[in-house]
Design a binder for this molecule. Sequence first.
Ligand code: ADP
Length: 439
Amino acid sequence: MEETLKILVVDDDEVDRIAICSALSIAGVQIELSEVGRGNDALSLLSINTYDCVFLDYRLPDQDALTLIQQLRYSKIKVPLVVLTGQGDEQITLQLLKAGATDYLSKSRISPETLSQVLRSAIRIYRAEIQADLANQQLRESNEQLIYKNQELERQQQQIQMQNFKLLEASRLKSLFLATISHELRTPMNAIIGFSQILLRPKFGQLTRQQADMVERILNNGKHLLMLLNEVLDFSKLEGGGLDLKPERFDVSKVINIVVSEMRSLAEAKNLLLLVQTDLQNPLVFNDPLRVKQILINLLSNAIKFTESGEIWVEVKELPGNRVVIIVQDTGIGIASKDFKHIFEAFRQVDQTITRKYPGTGLGLAIIDSLVRMMGGKIFLESKLGVGSMFKIELPRKITLRTGAGNAPSSQLDNDDFFCPPQNPHQSSSQSRKANRIS
Ligand code: ADP
């Protein structure tokens, strides 16, 4: 069933009102009709009732249609409005439409078809406008929400930047503190080591067995503490970019053999077999011998520390592309693959408890990681819990240094005995670390 439309006709001419009413009923439009002859009466009715459409005569006794439309707009009354114009009123149609009329129709054209057509299209246009208004309103609201969220995000971003800045500052202060404290502690530690060494010399007087034993303990503990302090100092220098590599030409096999013989007593104290194989046609490399030694000492002392029985192998081999690889393999406790990436971070140990079995600062691998990165090398780790671990350090035969903080100037590299492919100085060795397991 077709809906009944509530229509208001505003016209002081009764004949015209009847004409509209009959045209609509001939057209078959179901209507509930209200009629008024004056603009003010129309305004009163429209402020309390809702209508589907208003037919408004342009000329009313108390005002014209344009004034009435403006009043309706001012009172925020919305309704489809069709203005019925007489002879000579057509000129102002544009003004009427601009003011808010939905449509207009010349009285001379009133017929059942035109009137019903104009009525339906006015209602359609009005409803579409209402929907567009609603959508606009929703858009405005979501736009406001977006602006608010954006402001909120900007505020959070500023807070994050601020926190980031504070963290960087805290980290810088921590590095400075570590560097200062380890530097300051090294001086008295060297005195303790030096004087205990002097005390142990027979020419300064014979110590009793018990005294000699105590002084030896002071010496050994002093050396251990100095080693830890050096680790902290190196790490803080590496972090602050203050550590320079001092490359020179040297025999890498020799350095490896020296380190192995220095550490053999530690392995033997734990009944571990320490095997070394240096298999190089050309043992010469261009690198910092002290830092290569430091890498090997760190790897070997870890291998000895984390191995209770079995063997430790140290091997150095040539690789294609003018590279050498140093391998340290043990039959120790092994490392779970989930810990591979963490153990290269500073102060990270698989066992982080204070009651842990194995002592250490947790800086050894972090230092190795930074040094290998500076040398343009890569670290590979293969390990299996309860079986053992294998650390492989791949290094270019001739290192190429970046200029800038933490690196020796490249002018030191005038030696052309070796060819080394260009290294990517920003390549993270931890990115290229393989996470395989020993089979
Ligand atoms: P530290 O040895 O002082 O604890 P490192 O940075 O040298 O610090 O090593 C970090 C951690 O990696 C060690 O605490 C240990 O958990 C693990 N790790 C290193 N090397 C080995 C190894 N050869 N076998 C088993 N675990 C190892």
